[in-house]
Design a protein around this ligand. Structure first.
Ligand SMILES: Nc1ncnc2c1ncn2[C@@H]1O[C@H](COP(=O)(O)OP(=O)(O)OP(=O)(O)O)[C@@H](O)[C@H]1O
Ligand SMILES: [Mg+2]
Length: 150
């Protein structure tokens, strides 16, 4: 585990962009942290790094967004789900083979999410600063962590 600091939304977006450039189909990235911690800002960067030009919205109501870049970005937000059974219905593990899967609020269904994943924990350390702790499981997750500049 190691930690990064972001001092602005743009810096968080740039971190996401670096991850997006390094991503390969099958990669899984879990984003943990309280409301407003910067998870969606990071996903906007991932989309940019994959070459997707359009907007990326908060997925709190839609559950799963799909963005076609160099490879497809699947953006899931599990906030509104209440049990791992509901998360299982989304079949995220199957979907993840087709592109890069990025999941906000993974705690809602951790047991049904792929085991090899990069987890990023976002903590609010000030009005414009965020602390990102990374935990990599598997070789691909390790490569993505390195792409973030560790
Ligand atoms: N360093 C920073 N990195 C990211 N966002 C920041 C930073 N500093 C301030 N912010 C602000 O914090 C907010 C982060 O919002 P965002 O929607 O990304 O949070 P979230 O973690 O996705 O929340 P939710 O759990 O509600 O989906 C934005 O308003 C953004 O401008
Ligand atoms: Mg969000």
């Amino acid at each position: 585990m190691s930690a990064l600091e972001s001092s602005s939304p743009e810096e968080t977006r740039r971190l996401g962009e670096a991850l997006g450039r390094a991503a390969e189909a099958g990669d899984v990235v879990l984003l943990s942290g309280e409301l407003g911690a910067g998870k969606t800002v990071f996903v906007q960067g991932v989309a940019r790094g994959l070459g997707f030009e359009g907007p990326v919205s908060s997925k709190s109501f839609v559950l799963l967004g799909e963005y076609a870049g160099r490879i497809t970005l699947y953006h899931a937000d599990l906030y509104r789900l209440e049990s791992p059974d509901e998360v299982a219905e989304l079949a995220l593990e199957e979907i993840s083979g087709n592109g890069v899967l990025v999941v906000e609020w993974p705690e809602r269904g951790d047991v049904v999410l792929p085991k090899e994943r990069l987890t990023l924990l976002f903590e609010v350390s000030g009005p414009e600063t965020r602390r990102l702790t990374t935990e990599a499981r598997g070789a691909r997750a390790q490569a993505l962590a390195e792409a973030l500049g560790e």
